[in-house]
Write a protein that binds this ligand. Structure first.
Ligand SMILES: [Fe+2]
Length: 398
């Protein structure tokens, strides 16, 4: 058994500007009812002991079926190399020029988040203040440096190699584990579902900075920084950060719970693509970004994320040849899979993955539940907002 090589940052041949160190804020000291997530130690996939690997697959299966979120540790990036990426994200936010903010302004109506997001809403035109700034790196940004803030150019070798490692090593190995849960060959999901062009495929890498809200802004936003949603892609890789704000929805007791800071770990959640492919065995879990606990209310929250996407032209359907699905059938409790299945059973076309994600980015993302096209619905006493895209109904709890 070979051992997977760890991430090695590129050796720079050019002198680079000095980059101040990111100082992680103090973790919260408040007593919080945390989400209980399982931990997957990815290096164990290389274990020569088949029993160790089998246990890892079983833990992964339980995590994705029951929680939809997991911590990934020992995935090959040292804390030092990871913190360097936070240094760079902090540097980008501190140094992007007003001209670049204007020139690189994003336009979600085109179906992607590429470029610069200012602190006013989720459209190109300024909307309500949300205090969230981002730069989103899609495939074109890695090819044409004219689409990037000038301040990040000296460091693109590091950003590119980091994304390459995350996609071609970490995500590929994660997909191996998920393929094994489906009881299929190791590269099944990597070969057939994952988009793989360039460092981010059809997905994207995000540098985000959440500025603290003052008391009026908190009231206005009802302490929600990003509304509840599921991700549409394959896997989302969020680097665990000290400022507590990510919450996940537990459908067992209809509660939102914070995800605890776990230094150096990746917080992984699965997107709707994998929910459909797996016939509902994998869950695209609802999550949101909430106001941090009071002892962190004044902290800036720096966040870096890699969103992995499925192949653009593919129309999803469950892998009915998976031995897991053949033995256990479909899991019909899941939202998007149930809707896709309804369309497939009726012989109606489901959207391509590109159509699906572009519809969500251009119209739905970060719309308050009350403003969604289908309005608000109550199911078993829980309030949901409803939307429909390409004939697929989507319900999100408020
Ligand atoms: Fe998300």
């Amino acid at each position: 058994m070979t051992v997977t090589p760890s991430y090695v940052p590129p050796k720079s041949t050019q002198p680079k500007p000095e980059v101040p160190k990111w100082v992680p804020p103090e973790p919260t000291k408040e007593d919080i009812d945390w989400a209980k997530l399982r931990t997957i130690e990815l290096s164990l996939l290389d274990s020569p002991d088949p029993a160790v690997v089998q246990k890892l697959v079983e833990t992964t299966k339980a995590a994705i079926k029951e929680d939809g979120f997991l911590y990934l540790t020992n995935y090959g990036v040292s804390l030092e190399d990871l913190h360097r990426q936070f240094d760079l994200a902090q540097y980008m936010h501190a140094n992007i020029s007003p001209e670049d903010k204007e020139k690189l302004l994003w336009d979600p109506s085109k179906g992607t988040f590429a470029g610069w997001k200012p602190r006013h809403g989720w459209k190109r035109e300024a909307g309500k203040y949300d205090g969230i700034e981002q730069f989103n790196f899609y495939e074109p940004q890695f090819k044409d440096y004219d689409l990037l803030p000038k301040c990040i150019l000296p460091f693109m070798d590091e950003v590119t190699s980091f994304c390459n490692y995350l996609t071609t090593v970490v995500n590929r190995r994660l997909l191996t584990l998920l393929s094994r849960v489906l009881e299929m060959p190791d590269d099944t999901l990597w070969d057939t579902v994952q988009s793989r062009n360039g460092p981010v495929g059809d997905g994207y890498f995000r540098h985000a900075l959440f500025y603290p809200l003052d008391s009026d802004q908190r009231v206005q936003r009802k302490d929600v920084r990003m509304y509840g949603h599921c991700d549409y892609g394959t896997t989302t890789m969020l680097f665990s950060v000290p400022v507590t704000a990510l919450q996940i929805w537990s459908s067992k007791d209809n509660k939102w719970r914070y995800v605890k800071y776990n230094p150096g770990s990746l917080v992984i959640n699965l997107g709707e693509t994998l929910e459909v492919i797996s016939g509902g065995h994998f869950r695209a879990t609802l999550h949101k970004v909430a106001q941090p606990p009071e002892d962190q209310a004044g902290c800036e929250r720096l966040s870096i994320v890699l969103f992995n996407a499925s192949k653009a032209d593919m129309r999803l359907q469950p892998f009915t040849h998976s031995p897991l699905i053949q033995r256990e059938g479909f899991m019909m409790s899941s939202g998007v899979f149930r809707e896709y299945k309804r369309l497939l059973d009726a012989g109606a076309p489901v959207p391509t993955n590109k159509e699906w994600r572009e519809a969500q980015v251009s119209t739905r993302v970060q719309v308050a539940p009350e403003e969604k096209s289908g309005g608000v619905k109550y199911i078993n006493g829980v309030k949901y907002g409803e939307d429909t895209f390409h004939g697929v109904k989507v319900l999100m709890p408020v």
